[in-house]
Design a protein around this ligand. Sequence first.
Ligand code: CDP
Ligand code: CDP
Length: 220
Amino acid sequence: MLSIPVIAIDGPSASGKGTVAQLVAEQLGFHYLDSGAIYRLTALAAKNKGVSWADESAVASVAQYLDVVFEGARIILAGSDVTEAIRSEEIGSGASKIAALPQVRLALLARQQAFSMQPGLVADGRDMASVVFPSAVLKVFLTASASARAERRYKQLIGRGETADLAVITADLEARDARDRERIVAPLAQAQDALLLDTTELDIQSAVRQVLTWWRQKIE
Ligand code: CDP
Ligand code: CDP
């Protein structure tokens, strides 16, 4: 059987992983996995069911039986379109809390790995290179300074017509970064065999070009 090529892109919040990963997937005609969306969906499903984000076994059960359908760019949870609802900072913060629970990560592992299909997959998250797709052909650790990331998130929220406060966003981002880096299971870190891409001074198209160049070098 032919092995399925995977590009794993990990990094902190608002480093540009999602944007870059989607564009790389489009260029190569590959599938795309937004693994953060899976954690966000679990946080929202738990909230909707009245399950506390601190209750590990109950959240793991929610994760195991997540009733989710991906319809193109839309995400349907238990029959409701939650595409926008999972993007709030509250749900992002909840996602990072439940993501620290080992039973929850385990419950979501196979669901993420199922996205790996021919002709290939681009997956973004925190542990794509280290845990979910350790044999990925190309591993990239995408990052940017905390202030550049806070600024990007701020512009993104304003662009969506939401009210946003840069100081609150910066504090939330720092708290989330710390939680993601310091947790015991699958902490956010650059995998030993991952290539570092700092986008603080790099626009999206240049970042996409760099990933595609590395990809061609890997498969040549
Ligand atoms: O997926 P992640 O949270 O890492 O970030 P994203 O949602 O892809 O990017 C956050 C925002 O930063 C988006 O609005 C991107 O358009 C923007 N961005 C940017 O301005 N410059 C980059 N080099 C990368 C992303
Ligand atoms: O868009 P942003 O980068 O802010 O977050 P996200 O990728 O949507 O992920 C939301 C939260 O889920 C993160 O803060 C992580 O704690 C968690 N997550 C994770 O632990 N492992 C992943 N592979 C993806 C997300």
